[in-house]
Design a protein around this ligand. Structure first.
Ligand code: SF4
Ligand code: SF4
Length: 93
């Protein structure tokens, strides 16, 4: 902040989505890497479900990934304690 305490006037922003419209945004189209679960390694701990920012993983052993909403961020693969999730290039579907 400047010493005068004056605030800089910001240009108007834009809100693109209406509240409650998350389901309409299929973030799966953003993906270049896709998480794949190794069912033999998975313990069903639910940590990937907990960390997924898009709620694209359901609980279970193994969990299910909804690729319509998975944006391929890789957080699930990073957080999985037994490294049961690998990220593969999207074309290897
Ligand atoms: S974090 Fe890993 S071990 Fe735990 S449920 Fe997910 S895939 Fe399975
Ligand atoms: S890659 Fe990201 S968005 Fe996709 S399931 Fe894992 S944590 Fe969720």
């Amino acid at each position: 902040m400047s010493s005068s305490g004056a605030r800089k006037k910001l240009p108007p922003g834009a809100v693109i989505l209406k509240p409650g419209s998350t389901e309409q945004t299929e973030t799966g189209s953003w993906r270049s890497l896709k998480p794949v679960i190794d069912e033999k390694k998975c313990t069903g701990c639910g940590i990937c479900w907990l960390y997924c920012p898009d709620m694209a993983i359901s609980e279970g052993k193994p969990p299910k990934i909804d690729y319509k909403y998975c944006k391929g961020c890789g957080i699930c693969a990073n957080e999985c304690p037994v490294k049961a999730i690998i990220m593969v290039p999207e074309e290897e579907k």
